[in-house]
Write a protein that binds this ligand. Structure first.
Ligand SMILES: Cc1cc2nc3c(=O)[nH]c(=O)nc-3n(C[C@H](O)[C@H](O)[C@H](O)COP(=O)(O)O)c2cc1C
Length: 211
């Protein structure tokens, strides 16, 4: 039996004027993220992260942005996970933010690299203890026998590792953007789209795309 979703139709009504788009895409991104936070978006820092194997098989999952500066977008994960294996084969990845409350989408493509162990340590130290424990005991993306496997590992870890130090298989990544696209929903599906591409001289070339 098929289910028909043709009557679900959100109208984009905010129609924010995008003629004043900033020349620096990082400033534009920070401005839009702050707007999403101010609008009460749930998990405003959540983004879809897409990797691909060397053969081009894609894979997407949600991650949380922990920092952005003019170098790139920082997030944390397991260095032996599926995404980590994809990145070893193919370091080019895509980030996608969708903020329904502000009717906006941002696409970012760039090269991903691991951040320094010191920077990963700094973030690991400020995580809640339970989150630290989970990143230590979970062999992310691997097949496990059952839930008890994790509970047992948790108990063992608590007995032997009081300090809960960052394991070498968990840490941060930085995606350095080569391109950005900012999308603002508009009435009648005549949306705004602006694309920024990095030139060989490290400037940002901006153009408008048809919706
Ligand atoms: C809201 C949300 C936030 C998440 N944040 C992270 C994160 O910051 N880091 C992470 O490794 N996984 C995070 N996950 C879990 C990932 O989506 C994914 O299941 C996990 O990283 C394994 O992906 P992989 O097998 O493709 O490597 C989050 C999931 C959700 C739904």
């Amino acid at each position: 039996m098929s289910i028909n979703f043709q009557n679900i139709r959100t109208e984009f009504e905010r129609n924010k004027d995008l003629t004043n788009i900033k020349t620096d895409p990082f400033s534009q991104f920070k401005y839009w993220l702050q707007d999403a936070i101010d609008a009460g978006t749930i998990d405003p820092t959540a983004f879809s992260f897409s990797t691909a194997t060397k053969d081009g098989i894609p894979s997407s999952r949600i991650l949380l942005l922990k920092e952005v500066d003019n170098n790139g977008f920082y997030f944390f994960s397991n260095y032996e996970s599926k995404k980590a294996k994809d990145l070893e084969e193919n370091p080019i990845a895509a980030i996608l933010f969708f903020w329904a409350r502000t009717e906006r989408q941002v696409r970012i493509v760039g090269k991903v690299s691991k951040i320094s162990p010191n920077k990963s340590d700094d973030y690991f130290k400020i995580r809640p203890k339970d989150s630290q424990l989970s990143s230590i005991i979970s062999p992310q993306s691997q097949v496990i026998e059952n839930r008890e496997f994790l509970e047992k590992r948790k108990e063992e870890e608590l007995k032997t590792n009081n300090e809960l130090t960052r394991p070498s298989y968990w840490g941060g990544y930085c995606l350095q953007p080569q391109s950005f696209e900012f999308w603002q929903g508009a009435p009648g599906r005549l949306h705004y789209r602006y694309k920024y591409e990095k030139t060989p001289g490290n400037e940002w070339n901006i153009c408008m795309l048809a919706p």
